[in-house]
Design a protein around this ligand. Structure first.
Ligand code: HEC
Ligand code: HEC
Ligand code: HEC
Ligand code: HEC
Ligand code: HEC
Length: 270
């Protein structure tokens, strides 16, 4: 009932809005193409138009994080879009970037600020943009740790140790994920296994930003031990299935033998 009333209310509001839009021809919707930041900047050459091209196809665009979500401002009023009174923040300086991105990525910001990178921000440490880029941010992966990127400021040796430990763990996670998926497709209840893997995966992916080789290797080992427990549970399922298969085969063999026996007995009596 409540839902239907809400839906009705929504519909009438939408109707009113549609009429208003038609009457004023103003941009009331929140669709990407109606965000004035995009239409105005998209038509500009050089460094003011570039962000729009880079942002398209980014993970932020995919998740509805447009210009104003990061930079503030009013996405519906071209004349006042970049007014301070409308919450416009402008472009952050190098040192402001972590706080700027960290408004949403709170956990990452905390780890980063406590890390050697965060503590060296003002003296040559990388900010978020150095590794992730500013407008073309894509899904994060261990590929971001590579010699070309990390050896801009120091040797790659320590970075390589972190990547090695993390790659090994990632490999185990991916393998377990596909085993669980296999069971799920056969109708096994994999809810608990999935949840456990999900939480271990999240814990694992929050490891990197502390860039502490000792911590990353130690925590990777702990996570691997937890993953081993999951693997053991899956091995248990494998054995059950094997037993069922053997059991099934035995049953078939017995049935065949019985049929043969019956056949032979009939022959003897005939
Ligand atoms: C009508 C055109 C227009 C609209 C609408 C517009 N901008 Fe701009 N924007 C500009 C121009 C021109 C500049 C460069 C000159 C300046 O800084 O004022 C600029 C500069 C910027 C800068 C760089 C500022 C700096 O400090 O270097 C950012 C960031 C920015 N705009 C974001 C936005 C966002 C976010 C919106 C939407 C809420 C938006 N713009 C809407 C025209 C526009
Ligand atoms: C994920 C957050 C984020 C989003 C979304 C975003 N920006 Fe930015 N933008 C930044 C950061 C960070 C900088 C600072 C540049 C740097 O450090 O490389 C910046 C810088 C800029 C600048 C200044 C460029 C220069 O060279 O001076 C402009 C203009 C700009 N952004 C416009 C936009 C427009 C238009 C959009 C929407 C298409 C947008 N941004 C979306 C984070 C964002
Ligand atoms: C207004 C909130 C907001 C701001 C500000 C913001 N992001 Fe995001 N970011 C998101 C959302 C939402 C996603 C997609 C959901 C997710 O993966 O967490 C995302 C995804 C990401 C991802 C991919 C995460 C993954 O799972 O692989 C990276 C990397 C990222 N953002 C980096 C940045 C950087 C760097 C900045 C600053 C330049 C920034 N973000 C600013 C909201 C924001
Ligand atoms: C913009 C320069 C810069 C880039 C790029 C950079 N770092 Fe760093 N890194 C630093 C600075 C500065 C320190 C702090 C050194 C200190 O505390 O004395 C540091 C420290 C570290 C440390 C801790 C010190 C140690 O030897 O154990 C690790 C690990 C590390 N970085 C890994 C990486 C990885 C991995 C990448 C690439 C994804 C990377 N760094 C990219 C500047 C950079
Ligand atoms: C030295 C390079 C470097 C810097 C600096 C850096 N990142 Fe990352 N970031 C990475 C790498 C590498 C990964 C992938 C880790 C993984 O796959 O587990 C990552 C992963 C992420 C993710 C995805 C995390 C998840 O849980 O899946 C987000 C979001 C993110 N970074 C945001 C940020 C923000 C915000 C900042 C600044 C406060 C920042 N990063 C600074 C290299 C960096």
């Amino acid at each position: 009932m409540r839902y239907r009333e809400k839906a009705k209310l929504k519909l009438s509001i939408l109707t009113v809005l549609a009429v208003l839009v038609a009457m004023t021809m103003s941009n009331t919707g929140a669709h990407a193409d109606e965000i004035v930041c995009i239409s105005c900047h998209g038509a500009m050459p050089g460094k003011y138009g570039e962000p729009v091209k880079l942002w398209r196809g980014s993970i932020h665009e995919e998740n509805g994080i447009a210009c104003n979500a990061c930079h503030g401002g009013d996405p519906r009023d071209a004349a006042n879009a970049m007014k301070k009174e409308r919450g416009f923040l402008g472009a952050p300086t190098y040192n402001e970037v972590p706080g700027f991105c960290g408004r949403c990525h709170v956990g990452v910001l905390k780890d980063y600020l406590a890390s050697r990178h965060g503590r060296a921000l003002a003296t040559g440490g990388p900010n978020c943009v150095v590794c992730h880029g500013n407008h073309h941010v894509v899904k994060a992966s261990l590929e971001l740790i590579n010699e070309k990127s990390c050896s801009r400021c120091h040797s790659y040796d320590r970075a390589k140790l972190i990547k090695g430990a993390m790659q090994e763990t990632e490999g185990i996670i991916v393998a377990l994920d596909s085993r669980i998926e296999g069971y799920k497709q056969q109708g096994t209840d994999t809810d608990r296994l999935e949840k456990e893997l999900f939480s271990l995966r999240n814990r694992f992916h929050s490891l990197f930003h502390n860039v502490d080789v000792t911590k990353v290797t130690a925590e990777s080992a702990t996570i691997q031990a937890e993953l081993k427990k999951l693997a053991t549970a899956l091995n248990g399922l494998d054995e059950q299935r094997q037993r069922r298969k053997v059991g099934g085969a035995v049953a078939v063999a017995i049935a065949l033998a019985a049929a043969l026996l019956a056949h032979l007995m009939r022959k003897t009596y005939e």
